[in-house]
Design a protein around this ligand. Structure first.
Ligand SMILES: *Cc1c(COP(=O)(O)O)cnc(C)c1O
Length: 437
């Protein structure tokens, strides 16, 4: 499989090159040349396949011959080290829990897959002496998942940039307490500043001459594409349960990589009727769906901070899937925006209606989007993605619900560790850090 840049001004390259590069030299995102639907025989009998078998079927065409079958299966086994439960919270509404991984956020799947692909490519490379440096900007959860996914992977160094004071305490611990091949830089600014610095670094010729630099944001195809897996897993679970209504997914969205992976799964033939990209007041995409004008703006802080993104990097891939046809997009895709106040109310409502379910603020936004869609579309079965464990947003959830959350063992283990990070102000400081470390 070859990949081309969505800016159309860079050479076509294979999976391996696209993973190593991250972003194309013309600053465009890579996109697969061909999307071939899976056989209907496979989709119709999906319940007879294991999750590992499904993942292999889904991803193999995108990897091509760049990773041999045996290695790819091993990578998949190591990626899928946890469960993907579908939990019913009220009639015709369920949540797909994507937080059972090591950092308790859905990004563990993509991060683990990407780390192992890069580790494999590096082990096969002739220039073993040149370490790969993974540079990643995070608004909260990405950094932790990438750190955990890459921790101890040979030949790869990870540098994480995060906005100072804008991530939760647990998130910060997950970013800054890893040691080994992982280091954290605290940026005096917002997430968009971090993302901009990372993009600038990739275009910096002096850096390029001195190191092999790649990204692990969802712009990287090895992080983005494996996110298709759990849409298939959830469909399999619902099919096993005998649900025969039309299925709608609502995805809490920030950079819109996750929902874009859902749309790719749909392109591969997964019978999902509609996708709702739910977000907070950072409403660039909902506004676009309404008015047809895409106007990026600075991000605003909310209680669902992993979605505080004013210029979602993956939206361009969504537009590509429908060949920039807004009318076509509207048939399978909607996007809604919600305030923090609505989100808090939803946390309480989910708990009351389900009798016990505790969502996190991102899941609650997903729930709101789903309910809004279902109001006008009765007789569907809705699934909202629960993208993080509520413990990651402990203060908000505890205050709203008036309870104390139990701390899961993965989190307990890092709370006492000492934070290690360096504060930086601008791109020049990042550059000298990279050149001198
Ligand atoms: C990253 C993240 C999101 C947004 O995912 P995108 O793929 O960037 O749209 C939503 N919720 C949580 C908890 C996240 O960490």
């Amino acid at each position: 499989m070859n990949y081309f840049s969505l800016n159309n001004n860079a050479p076509r390259i294979n999976f391996k090159e696209a993973v190593i590069r991250g972003l194309a030299p013309d600053r465009g995102l890579y996109f697969p040349e061909k999307i071939t639907p899976l056989s209907s025989e496979f989709i119709d009998n999906i319940e007879s396949y294991s999750n590992q078998e499904i993942a292999y079927k889904v991803i193999h065409p995108f990897v091509g011959d760049e990773i041999p079958e045996k290695e790819l299966k091993k990578i998949i086994d190591e990626t899928l080290c946890f469960d993907f439960p579908v939990v019913e919270v009220e009639d015709n509404v369920a949540t797909l829990e994507l937080f059972q991984g090591p950092t308790m956020a859905f990004k563990d799947v993509g991060a683990r897959f990407m780390a192992r692909c890069l580790g494999y490519f590096n082990s096969k490379s002739d220039k073993k002496d040149k370490e790969i440096t993974v540079l990643v900007a995070t608004s909260g959860d990405t950094g932790g998942a990438v750190a955990s996914g890459f921790l101890g992977v040979k030949g790869i160094k990870v540098v994480i940039l995060y906005p100072s004071g804008k991530v939760s305490e647990i998130q910060e611990k997950q970013l800054t307490t890893n040691g080994q091949n992982v280091s954290a830089l605290e940026v005096n600014g917002v997430f968009d500043d971090c993302q901009e610095m990372v993009k600038t670094a990739f275009l910096d010729q002096e850096l390029k001459n001195n190191m092999k630099l790649t990204s692990a944001n969802s712009i990287n195809i090895a992080r983005w594409l494996p996110q298709m897996f759990y849409f298939f897993f959830a469909y399999k679970t619902l099919k096993k349960q005998g649900i025969d209504k039309k299925i709608v997914f609502s995805i809490p969205s920030g950079n819109f990589g996750n929902v874009c992976a859902g749309l790719m799964a749909h392109q591969l033939g997964l019978p999902i009727d509609h996708f709702v990209a739910s977000t907070n007041i950072n409403d660039t995409v909902p506004k676009y769906m309404e008015a047809g004008v895409y106007e990026p703006k600075p991000s605003q802080e909310t209680i669902s901070n992993a979605m505080d993104v004013g210029n979602p990097s993956n939206f361009i891939r969504i537009q590509k899937i429908v060949n920039n046809d807004l009318y076509k997009l509207k048939k399978t895709f909607s996007s809604y925006s919600f305030t923090d106040k609505e989100t808090l109310k939803a946390l309480s409502k989910i708990r009351t209606l389900s009798g016990k379910y505790i969502a996190d603020p991102h899941g609650a936004v997903g729930y709101l989007g789903l309910k809004k869609f279902m109001k006008d579309n009765k007789d569907v079965f809705g699934v909202f993605l629960e993208t993080a464990h509520p413990i990651k947003f402990k203060d908000t959830v505890e205050q709203q619900l008036g309870l104390t959350l139990e701390i899961p063992s993965q989190i307990e283990a890092i709370l006492d560790k000492e934070k290690e990070s360096a504060l930086i102000e601008d791109y020049q400081e990042l550059k000298s850090y990279l050149l001198n470390s």
